[in-house]
Design a protein around this ligand. Structure first.
Ligand code: IMP
Ligand code: MG
Length: 178
C-alpha cells in the first residue's frame, strides 16, 4: 500500500492565506481597473491561488493559462525552462498579469517573462503567491508577492512535491531544517 501522510508543520494557515489573498486581489483590482487585464494562470501550481485571486478582483478581466517546466528532480530546478503549454490568445497590446505559485531560483519566471515580452503586451507583471528570495540564482523580482517564505520546501495551496499535496488547504513544510 502506498504511504501517504500529510506533512505536519503548518507554515501559513488557510485563514492567513485567505486574508492575504483577498488583500492582494483588492490591490490588484485597483491597479488594473479600466484595463481589462488578461490574468494568466501558470499551471499547475498556481491553480488554487489563481482561483481565489481572480474571485477577489471585482473588475472586468479575462483569463488564460500557460505551463512551463524546468528540467530537474522533484525539489530543485535546473537551468533549462520550456513552455509546455502556450497561452492560447494573443497578448499584443494587452495588460498581462502572470499568476505563479512560487518563485525559487527565478529561472522559470525570468524565461517566461522574457519570452512573452517579445509579443508586445501593453504591460507584463508577475504576481507570485510565495517568494523564496534567498534562493534566487538569476536576476528576477516578482511585481507582487503574497508571502515571503524561508528556504524550506513547502506544499499545499496548489504547491506540490512530486505531484502530491496540491489539495491541502494550508501551506505546509516538507522535512525541516535544510
Ligand atoms: P524556479 O524556476 O527555480 O524559480 O522554480 C519555480 C518552480 O519550482 C515553481 O513554480 C514550483 O513549481 C517549484 N518550486 C520551487 N520551490 C518550491 C517549493 O518549496 N514547493 C513546491 N514547489 C516549488
Ligand atoms: Mg510551478
Amino acid at each position: 500500500m502506498m504511504m501517504y501522510a500529510t506533512p505536519e508543520r503548518v507554515l501559513i494557515s488557510r485563514e492567513e492565506i485567505a486574508a492575504k489573498v483577498k488583500e492582494t486581489a483588492a490591490m490588484l483590482a485597483e491597479k488594473y481597473r479600466g484595463k481589462k487585464p488578461l490574468v494568466v494562470c501558470v499551471l499547475n501550481g498556481a491553480a488554487v491561488f489563481f482561483a481565489d485571486l481572480i474571485r477577489g478582483m471585482d473588475i472586468p478581466l479575462e483569463v488564460a493559462t500557460v505551463a512551463a517546466s524546468s528540467y530537474g528532480d522533484a525539489t530543485t530546478s535546473s537551468g533549462e525552462v520550456r513552455v509546455t503549454k502556450d497561452i492560447d490568445v494573443g497578448i499584443k497590446g494587452r495588460h498581462v498579469l502572470l499568476v505563479e505559485d512560487i518563485v525559487d531560483s527565478g529561472r522559470t519566471m525570468k524565461a517566461l517573462t522574457e519570452a512573452l515580452a517579445e509579443r508586445g503586451p501593453a504591460s507584463l507583471a508577475v504576481c507570485a503567491f510565495a517568494d523564496k528570495q534567498s534562493r534566487r540564482a538569476v536576476d528576477f523580482k516578482p511585481d507582487y508577492v503574497c508571502f515571503e517564505v524561508p528556504d524550506l520546501f513547502i506544499v499545499g495551496y496548489g504547491l506540490d512535491c512530486a505531484g502530491l499535496y496540491r489539495n491541502l488547504p494550508d501551506l505546509r513544510v516538507i522535512g525541516d531544517a535544510k
